[in-house]
Design a protein around this ligand. Structure first.
Ligand SMILES: NC(=O)c1ccc[n+]([C@@H]2O[C@H](COP(=O)([O-])OP(=O)(O)OC[C@H]3O[C@@H](n4cnc5c(N)ncnc54)[C@H](OP(=O)(O)O)[C@@H]3O)[C@@H](O)[C@H]2O)c1
Length: 261
């Protein structure tokens, strides 16, 4: 299947590790020109170099989404650039685990700025170019917690559900401009984030990490954690020309983890 991604310009956040990295690699292998974003220059430079050696087009931007200064600079640069992006992958670090009652005001505000405000501002900055070309793809990496809230991930459950409301509203506003807006819900995909969460649960409950992992695997009908490239395949399809009539949707990549229909 020709995905029609050759030469498309993609801006990918959280591209240094895990899901964002896997999406960047798959998009680049499909011929997209990828711009990799995160805070870690060493990891981004190394990935861009590896992709270039494979004949792909890759560059990178250092951005800390929790920094107001970094966000303002990035948004100003995106708005003033001659050229723009065709594909935006809204992705980044997960918030710290906490129960709802113990989450502090400072944590709510800083997570809102890092996870939501950054997404809103960056998306607004890339839209004019997409509208001009009557083609665009906006893909949000959220979580299975937006459908089935995850214990002790209060901030994630709350703020990512807001992304869904925002994305659906935006998808209706932009559909006639050839711009699609979709969200992907990872279940439990084998990345650094998952290791941190399993270790956190082990420390909280006094169980071993191994027993936490085994208990978690029992809740997944597929019986295993997903691989980052399995997740990335869904993102690449939603980014493709072939997915032009899919918008405002939530796609689960979870091995059946979410229990509801
Ligand atoms: N893996 C799963 O099964 C799963 C399930 C549900 C939800 N999710 C969510 O999906 C997202 C991606 O997951 P993942 O597993 O790929 O996580 P990950 O391995 O922890 O990767 C997070 C990425 O975000 C970047 N990042 C973190 N803080 C940032 C900041 N302040 N500014 C800019 N970039 C930042 C990190 O790069 P730098 O450190 O280089 O900045 C890294 O590239 C996370 O939000 C996670 O909570 C994942």
């Amino acid at each position: 299947m020709d995905l029609g991604l050759t030469g498309k310009k993609a801006l990918i956040f959280g591209a240094s590790t895990g899901l964002g990295r896997a999406i960047a690699i798959e998009l680049a292998m499909e011929g997209a020109q990828v711009t990799l974003c995160s805070r870690s220059e060493d990891k981004l430079a190394s990935l861009a170099e590896s992709l270039s050696e494979l004949g792909c087009s890759a560059n990178y931007l250092i951005v800390d989404l929790s920094s107001k200064e970094d966000r303002e600079k990035l948004v100003a640069n995106l708005k003033s650039a001659q050229d723009g992006y065709d594909i935006l992958i809204n992705n980044g670090g997960g918030p710290p685990p906490s129960t709802t009652s113990e989450t502090t005001t400072e944590q709510w505000i800083s997570s809102f700025n890092t996870m939501l405000l950054s997404t809103f501002e960056i998306t607004q900055a890339v839209l004019p170019h997409m509208r001009k070309n009557q083609w665009g793809r906006i893909i949000n990496v959220v979580s299975n917690g937006v459908i089935q809230p995850i214990p002790n991930l209060s901030i994630s459950n709350t703020l990512r559900a807001s992304v869904i409301g925002w994305a659906k509203t935006l998808s209706n506003e932009e559909a006639a401009n050839g711009i699609t807006v979709n969200s992907i819900l990872p279940g439990r995909i084998d990345t650094d984030r998952l290791k941190v969460l399993d270790a956190n649960k082990a420390a909280r409950t006094g169980a071993s990490v191994e027993s936490v992992t085994q208990a978690s695997l029992k809740t997944i009908p597929a019986g295993r954690y997903g691989k980052p490239d399995e997740f990335a395949a869904a993102a690449v399809f939603l980014a493709s020309d072939r997915a032009g009539y899919i918008t405002g949707s939530m796609m689960r990549v979870d091995g059946g983890l979410i229990k509801s229909v």
